[in-house]
Design a protein. Structure first.
Length: 258
């Protein structure tokens, strides 16, 4: 309550006192929350080691949120020695309790063979469980598996369905891929209008490839009224991206052409 200011003045210091008192009494919720406050440096000095210690205490009591949090610390090597095996172990415990984040994260580990024997089928099973709880990242991952036929029979219709669910929640990667499937008519009637609709959403969410795609669609008048001014605007946004060199290079070339 104090950490979020729910019904009382917001105060991390008060929250720390309450969580510490609860944690010292063995309360798993208090231990997990104290771990989060140490991790974020809220009301006390940031400390990954203290964060991991309190997550572990709560996780050992079967508190599934802490099991996931401690698993992530093991995966990232934050406050504890990096260990894929330990990460998979704790993700597994949380996943068995129905934690959607843990199910997705464990699915990633099975897909990549980290800490567990690689199994695309097991990855799909876990993505499905997480996706059905509405977790957009898992929905996007599951859609990819359907689209590529990895660990499950290839199905563009199922890929579209799950990309759509993730896209509706604002997942930029899903919005981009969904837009491209409509652009190319992959598993659905081809539609530049639908393609532009989703690619524009992804572009506005900061997705570099989508910014390049809608710039080109403005330039050619595909699914939208042709506008060289809008094309230049989006090519410039794509050119300003730092993390995607190929997008930046293509956008810079396009700006020279226009």
């Amino acid at each position: 309550m104090y950490a979020k200011g729910l019904g009382v003045p917001q105060s991390y210091l008060e929250a720390v006192d309450l969580c510490t008192e609860a944690a010292d009494k063995g309360d798993a919720l208090g231990q997990n929350r104290l771990g989060m406050m140490y991790q974020k440096g809220q009301g006390l000095p940031q400390s990954d080691s203290e964060s991991a210690r309190y997550y572990r205490k709560a996780a050992e009591q079967g508190f599934h949120e802490a099991e996931y949090n401690y698993g992530w610390m093991c995966y990232a090597g934050r406050g504890v020695k990096q260990s894929d095996r330990e990460a998979a172990l704790w993700y597994g415990k949380a996943a068995e309790s129905g934690d959607a984040y843990a199910q997705c994260s464990l699915g990633n580990m099975y897909k990549n063979g980290r800490g567990v024997l690689k199994s695309d089928e097991k990855a799909v099973e876990l993505y499905m469980k997480s996706a059905e709880q509405g977790y957009a990242v898992a929905q996007n991952n599951l859609a990819f598996m359907y689209r590529e036929g990895i660990g499950i029979g290839k199905s563009y219709s199922e890929a579209l369905r799950w990309y759509g669910k993730a896209a509706e929640q604002g997942h930029a990667g899903a919005q981009c891929t969904l837009g491209l499937m409509y652009y190319n008519g992959t598993g659905t009637p081809q539609s530049y209008e639908e393609a532009f609709f989703w690619l524009e959403k992804a572009a506005k969410n900061g997705d570099p490839p989508s910014q390049l795609y809608i710039a080109a669609m403005y330039e050619r008048g595909e699914g939208v009224t042709r506008s060289l001014m809008s094309a230049r605007e989006w090519y410039q946004k794509a050119a300003d991206q730092l993390e995607d060199f190929s997008v930046r290079k293509d956008a810079q070339e396009a700006l020279k052409r226009l």
